[in-house]
Ligand binder design. Sequence first.
Ligand code: GRF
Length: 315
Amino acid sequence: MPERAKARVGVLISGRGSNMAALLYASRLDPACPYEIVVVGSNDPDAAGLKLAAAEAIPTFAHSHKGMKRAEFDAIITRELEAAGVTHIALAGYMRLLSAEFVTHWQGRCLNIHPSLLPKHKGLHTHQAVLDAGEAETGCTIHIVTPELDDGPILGQARIAVLPGDTPETLAVRVQYAEHQLYPRVLADFVSAADRPEALLTRVRGLIQNLPATADKLSHGMPAFFVEGGKFFAYFTHDHHHDGVTALLLKVSGQDEAAMLIEQDPERFFRPKYFGPAGWVGVVLTDGPDWGMIEALLTAAWRLCAPKRLAMLPI
Ligand code: GRF
């Protein structure tokens, strides 16, 4: 078995960066850790965590957001992250609201840590809010980032007791102990889960939903996608005939296109068995494919198989 490629994580910080450090050291401690920290970025050039990252030989970048429109600034951050080959983002005390463009671009690949047991106490001044509410316990939450602040599916939580005499400061310290245990674990689970067939099929379905008039049914045991009134344009295959491969089989314009793709990247593309010689190519979905490329190929496949009146629609 070839070794799995690690997820390439970019961490965004605005302050001390103790969570970033916890993620980094956890990844270095365990050779089998499924992620590596490849870059640390900040909206504050003076963020202390940047120095720590640089001292550990992690590339860093910093851009001040002052005077910039939110989406404009976020586009710079995306460019930096992509230049570093980032597959996932971990927000760790990043004190910037994110633009819708940024969140959509990184959808399902961006996590955040919040110092409360969400959905309780979103936003700032969390520990004071916990004390004011007379809570007996608090903690921290890791969640997937969605356009709503401190919202999105919860991936993990750690709980700590609130003690008599606690202040926001004492609580913050103990919550951080828990954060440093929780984040590396949840991030490792999350990036591994991304290669599970269910997660990959969900991601494929998400892309296909954007194409007009599509439906699917099982064909030869595989979810098969077709254009209503047209033909099949994609099949999702997992461990078909025990080949151990999770892939998308896509209609292409012909043998030449399939051959070209396979030649360009023989690890990623293959000629599907049982599909006859012409017109189909397989794309391996595990180990972080280029999802933008998959989206483009899916759209082209859809167009090849759609009835004329649909194929002419601009998508
Ligand atoms: C953490 O408590 C985190 O929950 C919140 O900001 C803090 C960041 O601390 N979002 P650090 O920079 O990781 O030390």
